[in-house]
Design a binder for this molecule. Structure first.
Ligand code: MG
Length: 387
């Protein structure tokens, strides 16, 4: 029987690669729904090829379109409608940003398994999401390559001593702090190993992406922050590892391609040949290097550990302030290193916030974004802290 799947964010980098995987495995999957933001033309092409029951256009102001035998739905309500459709066996949540959170919760409520590529869902509301998934007996299979690697290595979490998350180090691995401070948008976007969307590429340059992944790992695997290590591994072949209590280390390796973790997550617990392009060769790779991260050059790591230990409020603040800052950096309004400064300030300004519900998390997220914008407009040049 075919596995019925919906893809939230099918026009993005992960979504497009997921469709490449599904095209290869067309006898294994049937697509229920696709969703995209504003790229209606691509969404339409995808729908004509994969024939979903419905297509959701996220941006209600995007151009109108018609697709034969396909219902068109819109906005966040559309995403929630998809996630309420119990015909789905699994939903790939590959939208970027906080928009992934509510549909994920809706899918959990509906008892539908989730392949999760959206970091914000766990960074903002990891405790609530994982608890609800546990109660509903819903599986959350990580698509993020590091977490997907750990998912493949872990058999019994109670036997695990620590998680070892690898980081490629990004484009500034061999550069100085001063190089980073004067970095252009182009330099920050030039990721040596992974071809991804712009937001996550900047997060990889600041290592904030790794910071968010530390928080993600804490929630996914229910493990203390003190038991999550980061190691820089420039080749991006070891995607992460775990150390068991007896000292045995199990790592997952593979060529740096997102097709593999996407395919793992949507096929779990089965495995198929799918899109595998070439066989893995240790002798061709020849060497694998590892080094300690530079915590001074990349303060995002300690910011994430500290925010994670403080809990949901702090991780929501970290995420919101970072995201707003990254867009301003991409827009040329601030420098790369300002991102750290802004995030740190927002963590101070909003310290003590402890949102208890999803609504309170969204309120905090909104307030942090407003304050971040104010700070970028008025506070950054004057080097003042906001009240
Ligand atoms: Mg990752």
């Amino acid at each position: 029987m075919k596995r019925k799947i919906s893809i939230l964010g099918s026009t993005g980098s992960i979504g497009r690669q997921a469709l490449e995987v599904i095209e290869k495995l067309e006898d294994k999957f049937e697509i229920i729904a696709l969703s995209g933001g504003s790229n209606v033309e691509l969404l339409k092409q995808q729908a004509l090829k994969f024939r979903p029951k419905y297509v959701c256009i996220g941006n209600k102001n995007a151009q109108k379109t018609e697709i034969p035998e396909t219902e068109i739905i819109y906005g966040e309500e559309g995403l929630e409608q998809i996630c309420s459709d119990k015909e789905n066996d699994i939903i790939l949540v590959a939208v970027s940003g906080k928009i992934g959170l509510k549909p994920t919760l809706k899918a959990i409520e509906s008892g539908i398994d989730i392949a999760l590529a959206n970091k914000e869902t766990l960074v903002m509301a990891g405790e609530i999401v994982m608890q609800k998934a546990k109660n509903a007996g819903v599986k959350i299979i990580p698509v993020d390559s590091e977490h997907c690697a750990i998912h493949q290595c872990i058999k019994n979490i109670s036997q695990v001593e620590k998680l070892i998350i690898t980081a490629s180090g990004g484009p500034f691995l061999k550069k100085t702090i001063d190089d980073m401070k004067s970095a252009t948008v182009e330099q920050a976007l030039a990721h040596p190993k992974w071809n991804m969307g712009k937001k996550i590429t900047i997060d990889s340059a600041t290592l904030m992406n790794k910071g968010l992944e530390i928080i993600e790992a804490h929630h996914l695997f229910n493990i203390d922050y003190d038991k999550i290590d980061v190691v820089v591994h420039p080749q991006s072949v070891v995607h992460s590892a775990i150390e068991y209590k007896d000292g045995s280390v199990i790592a997952q390796l593979g060529l740096p391609s997102m097709h593999i973790p996407i395919q793992y997550a949507i096929c779990y617990p089965e495995r198929f040949e799918g899109i595998k392009s070439k066989s893995f060769s240790f002798s061709e790779i020849a060497r694998l290097d590892f080094e300690k991260p530079d915590y001074e050059k990349f303060p995002a790591l300690n910011m994430a550990y500290n925010a994670g230990k403080q809990g949901t409020g702090a991780t929501t603040i970290l995420n919101a302030a970072n995201e707003e800052s990254v867009f301003e950096f991409l827009d040329g309004k601030i420098k790369l290193y300002d991102i750290y400064k802004i995030v740190e300030n927002m963590l101070n300004v909003f310290s003590g916030e402890k949102p208890l519900s999803i609504d309170e998390i969204f309120d905090l997220d909104k307030n942090v974004r407003i304050k971040t914008q104010e700070y970028i407009l008025h506070g950054l040049e004057k080097k003042v802290f906001l009240p």
